[in-house]
Design a protein around this ligand. Sequence first.
Ligand code: BES
Ligand code: MN
Ligand code: ZN
Length: 504
Amino acid sequence: MFRTTGITLGVIAKDLENSPSDALVIGVAQGPEGPILLANPLSAEAAGTLALSLRHLGVTGANDQAHRLPGLPETGAAVLVLAGAGRLSGGALSEETLRRTAGSAIRQLAGLPSVTLALPTASLADVGAVAEGAAMGAYSYTGHRSSTEGLKDPVARALICTDVQARDAQAVLDRAALIGRAVNATRTLVNQPPNHLYPESFAEAAKELAEGLPVTITVWDETRLEKEGFGGILGVGRGSSRQPRLVKVEYSPTKATKSIALVGKGITFDTGGISIKPALGMGEMKSDMAGAAVVLNTVLAVAALGLPIKATAWLCIAENMPSGAALRPADVLTVYGGKTVEVLDTDAEGRLVLADGLVAASRQKPDTIIDVATLTGAQLIALGTRTAGVMGSDSVTAALKSSADRAGELVWPMPLPEELRSGIDSQVADLANIGEPNGDMMTAAVFLREFVGNDAEGAQIPWAHLDIAGPSFNNGSPYGYTPEQGTGCTVRTLVTYMEDMLTV
Ligand code: BES
Ligand code: MN
Ligand code: ZN
């Protein structure tokens, strides 16, 4: 139910007639003096004629343009597509521009079974970027419609036209397909309606997605959570008739040289609880489990890649509902490990479930801990809808930022100024779950830091927190390789981060 079928990827040389596709895509960039036809496999004559008519066709090269023309006989494709690559800075297209251009074209060509992408690729990494864009662009969520008639199937096969040899490209194509599957599986979990995806069914989905992979899954049900004292997850889940869960997904290869724990916020629906949210837009809060979906699919991807890293995902899953049993503002919870928290606002629930998860993750003393969460509305105010915030230990935030840059995702570091800590002092408990409203993205991170444990030498385990409240869910129109609703953001950053861990 939660699995997605992926696109088939391949490479071909410039002899297009020998591998016909339904459409051939070539690129157009926005130059200072008008549209520029990018390097392509058309004959010089055809390319020359086309370049001259771009303006008259209304082709500008802007991002997300996908202008369709009748196919040229020499290409063996019924349609020729001019895909906008946007404004170029410098000479060559960046990897992210390739990803976005390929992804946008593949997304808009849904309904056609096969597409050839002839964008300029100078390296193996460029081929990988085009392939990743295609894999992420070939996504559709058909949801729970009783009929899918009239809906277009995503492109099933993409061939990348390049000088890179097929045998050299195979590894980057395999990685791209795998990354695409991880991102798309994350999107599908986020898109699920909250009456279909609730704590128990999320735990089942984790098992289903992990089938065939070398990972061990442990599920804490409400009885075990109670017995072991997971007061944060239990407290938040108390108002719901759907019982909370903690899920541990562990990939522990014998050849592991490093270890990392990923902790994800898995609120399957956030009404705010007794501190209830306004009705307008509340449905978006089905996406409040995106962090847990990201850490799950990241660990599954790392297992599928066979990286020599011990990677453990902790999914902190609960539904935040108001009821006679729900948390009250002023209640005090005891988090796993014994710290107490005064819940002044039941809508600041993500930090409560993550507190349990961070303590549990710390007990295993991994080299690094990263948590991922749709944590604060303040993230959207500070960084908008497309850029995730990263906070925490300088070493981890800096490394995450550079992995994000390499992966082509927008992540920006925010500070954790010392004065914020006293803002969450409580009269009756160790901590309060809210401070002053301004700067809550950072306050929430300062709260989380209190639950990160120490290593064997007594120093705090290097830790970072990713706030993905904005970029995890697209409530606007699709763009580039990004669909409506769940985006799957930061899966690529985290997989890249783990690959990068092995090179230092
Ligand atoms: N899940 C929300 C944060 C959120 C808001 C995610 C918008 C995505 C889009 C979180 O649980 C929340 O409600 N945070 C409160 C905290 C406040 C009460 C301190 C918020 O940001 O308003
Ligand atoms: Mn909330
Ligand atoms: Zn929430």
